[in-house]
Ligand binder design. Structure first.
Ligand code: FAD
Length: 352
């Protein structure tokens, strides 16, 4: 086992880097462990045409503006990967790549972090493992009977491989809308959403989403009525490709089907859609399996937190994941503040 370190950050995507930035500023010794070979976290796995909700200037981590992408209002995922790669280098963040964490356990004054390249110990841990490693597929009758191809958002790359095919896209969020818009011109598309698609106003971008999430967190913290946060504005940000497909009448959504069968989907009223492929754009769950042995309280797959700190383990902070770890903390613009708060709390905890 290597000698103990003050803080181990698990996950080197945007949240882990934001944590590293603030720990470094406070002079707290730390190492960031990331399971992947390259920088960029989940952005490395995005489909080719994915566009950010916001212009580059509103998609920045603490300390450094994301530069604009040439000729693009909404940057693509490759632009985010190069921004994060540069960010990591610029701040000389101590990221160890290709290190997969399997478990975190209590070990006296330390937390023991078990990895595929040996165990390490730390006085505090920040978990920033995101969600992309845990794609969620709903339990739908007949899912195993379907003989065509089934894939999740995380496996989708580009419309080319579906040209001329009958494709059902399931999901009324941003990934569902963007992938449906991608496929509509080349495939025979059926877009299925649980409720009618709710587009945000065309001029809303990431800054407005951040403001809505912040207002919600403040209201909840002050015991006032839930404002509904981002979801009160809608589910789908009308990024340019989605807006274009919607305005061309290519994005008519059908309600959710009642079951899959061997050759496609069936609705309760007897209508059917034959399909070669079903793409599940049905979201992700927080990747928190490495904490199983700590037996932390939680609900809906979350861990109970005060701010970013785990209620039942003060040496553990959670960053990213969703609004439950800070307003808009699963966004580039939103993660800076909770990262700063987590770093400060840990610095106080470790102070002699
Ligand atoms: P991740 O990027 O997932 O990074 C986590 C890292 O931890 C990964 O490298 C992973 O491999 C690693 N890891 C996981 N488990 C382990 C383990 N056990 N051991 C070691 N390493 C591990 N956000 C915006 O700000 N603006 C946008 O416009 C925007 N658009 C989006 C559009 C879509 C369609 C989607 C799906 C998301 C969008 N987001 C956007 C959301 C958000 O920015 C991402 O979810 C973001 O990637 C979360 O960053 P993260 O660092 O928390 O997690």
């Amino acid at each position: 086992m290597t000698s103990p370190v003050d803080v181990l950050v698990i996950g080197g995507g945007q949240s882990g880097l934001a944590a590293g930035y603030h720990l470094r500023r406070l002079g707290v010794e730390h190492v960031v462990l990331d399971g992947q070979a390259g920088a960029g976290g989940a952005w490395q796995h995005a489909w080719d045409s994915l566009r950010l909700f916001s212009p580059a200037a509103y998609s920045s981590l603490p300390g450094r503006f994301m530069p604009a992408q040439e000729r693009e209002v909404s940057p693509d995922a490759a632009h985010v990967v190069s921004y994060l790669t540069d960010y990591e280098k610029r701040y000389e963040l101590p990221v160890r790549r290709g290190v997969w964490v399997s478990a975190v356990r209590r070990d006296g004054d330390f937390l023991r972090v078990e990895t595929d390249s040996g165990d390490r110990r730390a006085r505090a841990v920040i978990s920033a493992t995101g969600t992309w490693t845990r794609p969620f597929l709903p339990a739908v009758p007949g899912r195993r009977e379907f003989l065509g191809r089934q894939l999740h958002t995380v496996q989708y790359r580009s419309p080319a491989e579906f040209a001329g095919q009958r494709v059902i896209v399931v999901g009324g969020g941003n990934s569902g809308a963007q992938i449906a818009a991608d496929l509509a011109p080349v495939a025979e598309l059926t877009w299925v959403t649980r409720r009618p698609p709710r587009y945000l106003a065309d001029d809303i971008d990431g800054r407005a989403l951040f403001d809505a999430a912040t207002a919600r967190r403040r209201a909840l913290d002050a015991g006032r009525t839930d404002t509904g946060g981002v979801t009160s504005l809608g589910d789908i940000v009308a990024v340019p490709p989605v807006r274009a497909a919607r305005d061309a009448g290519l994005l008519a959504a059908k309600p959710m089907f009642s079951r899959l069968c061997a050759t496609g989907a069936q609705w309760a009223d007897g209508t059917r859609a034959e399909a070669d492929a079903v793409i599940w754009c049905t979201g992700f769950r927080p990747a928190l399996g490495h904490f199983a042995s700590l037996r932390l309280r939680g609900s809906r797959g979350h861990i109970a937190t005060v701010g970013t700190r785990a209620v039942d383990e003060p040496r553990l902070h959670l960053l990213g994941y969703g609004d439950w770890t800070g307003p808009a903390s699963a966004t580039l613009i939103g993660v800076g503040r909770p990262a700063r708060d987590a770093a400060r709390e840990i610095a106080d905890l470790l102070a002699p």
